[in-house]
Every structure is written in structure tokens, then in C-alpha cells.
Design a protein. Structure first.
Length: 132
């Protein structure tokens, strides 16, 4: 595969991947923490949940800004990827400490600790191919 074709494929996959935090964060901002439970949500928990959803939205938008010229955005892509992996490690701690969350959260864990590192490696490969 040519470097240009590989870059376009990475851009396509990164575009799809960026939709995950953008969509989930938007739902979290609009709906708050109440969609996670049928019980009443304390205001502090809802406030914190929406705040973290706002940060998550910012991460998704920042990933989207990496898509044009992705072969030149290695530092930004790595920083954002590190944030995602760190969040995944925190989610893994919760899994070990409290137990398994719902299927959607387990899928998120897979994206954070498997898919994101693979995307980081792929972006580094594309950047290297364009540097030479």
C-alpha cells in the first residue's frame, strides 16, 4: 500500500474513532448521569459526570483536528492517546475493585486499552513513512 493510501485509511479510521468520544460525550452532557441508573442521581454526581463529559468532548474534537495532516500530528495524537489510555487504566482499576460494568463500558475499555494503542502505533508508522 502506498504511503498516501495508508494515510487516507488511517484518516478514515481515526474519523470513525473520533465519533465515539464526540457522540458519547454529547449524550453525557445533554442527558447527565441519569441514563446510567433508574435511581435518583445526586446533583454533585450529575455535575461531575457532565464536567467529565465536557472534557471527553474536548478530547474527541482534538482528535478530529489531527485528521487533516495526521502524518504530521504525532505529538498531539500521542498526548491525546495517552489521555485515553490513562482513562482506560482507571476504568480497569474500577473493574478490578468494584466489578464489571455494563457491556458498553467494557467495550470502551477495549477501545481505550487495545484499539487506542494500535492507532498510536499506526499513526507513528504513517508519520515515519512520510518523514523519509
Amino acid at each position: 500500500m502506498s504511503p498516501a493510501a495508508e494515510r487516507r485509511l488511517l484518516q478514515s479510521v481515526a474519523s470513525l474513532a473520533a465519533l465515539i468520544p464526540i457522540g458519547a460525550a454529547t449524550a453525557g452532557i445533554v442527558g447527565g448521569a441519569s441514563w446510567l441508573t433508574h435511581a435518583p442521581v445526586p446533583p454533585d454526581l450529575d455535575s461531575h459526570f457532565r464536567y467529565l463529559s465536557g472534557i471527553f468532548l474536548g478530547v474527541g474534537i482534538a482528535f478530529a483536528t489531527c485528521i487533516p495532516g495526521i502524518q504530521h500530528k504525532t505529538s498531539r495524537f500521542r498526548l491525546l492517546g495517552a489521555l485515553v489510555v490513562t482513562g482506560g487504566l482507571a476504568r480497569a482499576l474500577s473493574l478490578a475493585s468494584v466489578g464489571a460494568p455494563s457491556a458498553g463500558h467494557l467495550a470502551g475499555l477495549g477501545v481505550e486499552l487495545i484499539v487506542m494503542p494500535l492507532l498510536l502505533l499506526w499513526q507513528a508508522r504513517v508519520a515515519k513513512r512520510f518523514a523519509s
